[in-house]
Design a binder for this molecule. Structure first.
Ligand code: IMP
Length: 192
């Protein structure tokens, strides 16, 4: 069975993709290859960071692998927080801090359009492939829902009456940025 390292420390993400991908491929995490160090993410684009993480693991362990990176891009803020989504309110700040900063920055803006972008970078036998997933939506004025993480309580996907935080993970994954990028990765692996 073909084996891939998913360059993430998030066990939930690994379980989730293993479930979708079935038994044809084995997905293992960083812990299983003994990688305990922090993987650098110093690029200024989402794709650049995804590739940097995958490349770091491939170069060090010579094993086929993939990595993902995600950002929330808000139109009225020229694409911010984008690549800085995890630390928008400053280093080490909470999801709540980031949400409050975003709501503050948008308080006088009528254009609330935003999108999540995920890029998955895959390296097989030293060849690189990128897969992109996008969901368009809007930033609402007050938080709604308790599920999910990050900006989920203030992001309402287009054509939906609910925020990501009001959906269960199955409903969210079907339409989400990460779900779409992962589906593209899976189709590619199954066809190659
Ligand atoms: P990562 O690249 O998956 O670590 O995502 C970077 C940051 O984007 C996270 O720390 C969150 O703030 C935000 N983010 C990523 N995916 C989601 C999502 O599905 N919902 C809400 N926020 C997200």
């Amino acid at each position: 069975m073909d084996k891939f390292v998913f360059a993430t420390n998030n066990l939930h993400k690994i379980e989730e993709i293993q479930q979708i991908i079935g038994t044809e491929f084995e997905i293992i995490g960083l812990e299983e290859i003994g990688c305990k160090e922090e993987i650098p993410e110093t690029q200024n684009t989402i794709a650049g960071n995804a590739l940097q993480k995958a490349r770091f693991i491939y170069d060090k362990y010579q094993i086929n692998c993939f990595a993902d990176d995600t950002g929330l891009e808000v139109e009225a803020l020229n694409g911010e927080p984008g690549v800085y989504s995890a630390r928008y309110a400053g280093p080490g700040r909470s999801f709540e801090d980031n949400i409050q900063k975003l709501l503050f920055e948008l308080k006088d803006k009528s254009n609330r359009k935003a999108r999540f972008l995920t890029v998955v970078a895959l390296i097989i036998d030293n060849k690189e492939y990128l897969f992109e997933g996008i969901i368009n939506g809007e930033i609402i004025h007050d938080k709604k829902g308790n599920s999910g993480f990050g900006y989920d309580p203030i992001f309402k996907p287009e054509n939906s009456d609910f925020t990501f935080a009001e959906m269960n993970s199955e409903e969210k994954n079907k339409i989400s940025h990460r779900g779409k990028a992962m589906q593209k990765l899976i189709q590619f692996l199954k066809n190659s």
